[in-house]
Design a protein around this ligand. Sequence first.
Ligand SMILES: Nc1ncnc2c1ncn2[C@@H]1O[C@H](COP(=O)(O)OP(=O)(O)OP(=O)(O)O)[C@@H](O)[C@H]1O
Length: 277
Amino acid sequence: MARLNIAEGETIIHVSGLRNSFGEQVVHDGLDLDVKRGEILGVVGGSGTGKSVLMRSIIGLQLPDTGEVEVFGEPMIGREEYEAKQVRKRWGVLFQGGALFSTLTVAENVQVPIREYYPQLDNQLLDEIAAYKVAMSGLQPDAGPKYPSELSGGMRKRAGLARALALDPQLLFLDEPTAGLDPIGAAAFDGLIRSLQKTLGLTVFLITHDLDTLYAICDRVAVLADKRVIAVGTIPELLALDHPWIQEYFNGPRGRVAAAAAERAGAQGEGRPGMKN
Ligand SMILES: Nc1ncnc2c1ncn2[C@@H]1O[C@H](COP(=O)(O)OP(=O)(O)OP(=O)(O)O)[C@@H](O)[C@H]1O
């Protein structure tokens, strides 16, 4: 696969000196991270290392104690709401579990951000845009009028993705998108993310525990431990590091299985076995 020259690319997310705490508990301290244009950056780390808090700090749902967050070159902390909103509309977020409004249909969920930013659009156009986003996310057209409770877990993720894509974002935040999916569903979701990323030129910040996802679609991986990002690189670059958590994660039993599967697929970084890009 022709790899992007990630390290030299334009920085889309810049985090420096980030500190987050809850009471006595310090979650991040001196955390630095850059995400480059056009990459899928996987974010990994043990449970409770602060992956979701990091994502929430970047998207403005968590005010850090100290530190800088820039997205698209725009400082995000302490920004006037109307200015922050202009930057926010350039990204989409898929929260864990989809975080759909249960009283709205899939199509209505997709329309929520569009109505917020473009209140002048008429219902017919909103319906057309929602149908397009639903199709882009790999759902059948009959999913549009359904309520979240009528969908499977995998369909809910796709509906959440359709909503994340509503405003044609350049940047996508995904929090454990394949959690709870069966391996075939997870592989299909990976394939969808990769193909959307390629087609739309997206930059993707992807929190995951899923080793197969890392091997299949991530250009680089950032490792959270000890309250900060201890390493960022391709999987081979990380494997060359002597950190115990990194070694155990990638070279433990599950890591070895994922690596072998990626190798068997003959396309490390390109896809899971059986996955269509
Ligand atoms: N609003 C909050 N109030 C208090 N503590 C919080 C809050 N949000 C997160 N935390 C704490 O911050 C730490 C990091 O949480 P976070 O959800 O970011 O972890 P994570 O790395 O995403 O974990 P997991 O992999 O299990 O999802 C945890 O100890 C959590 O309890």
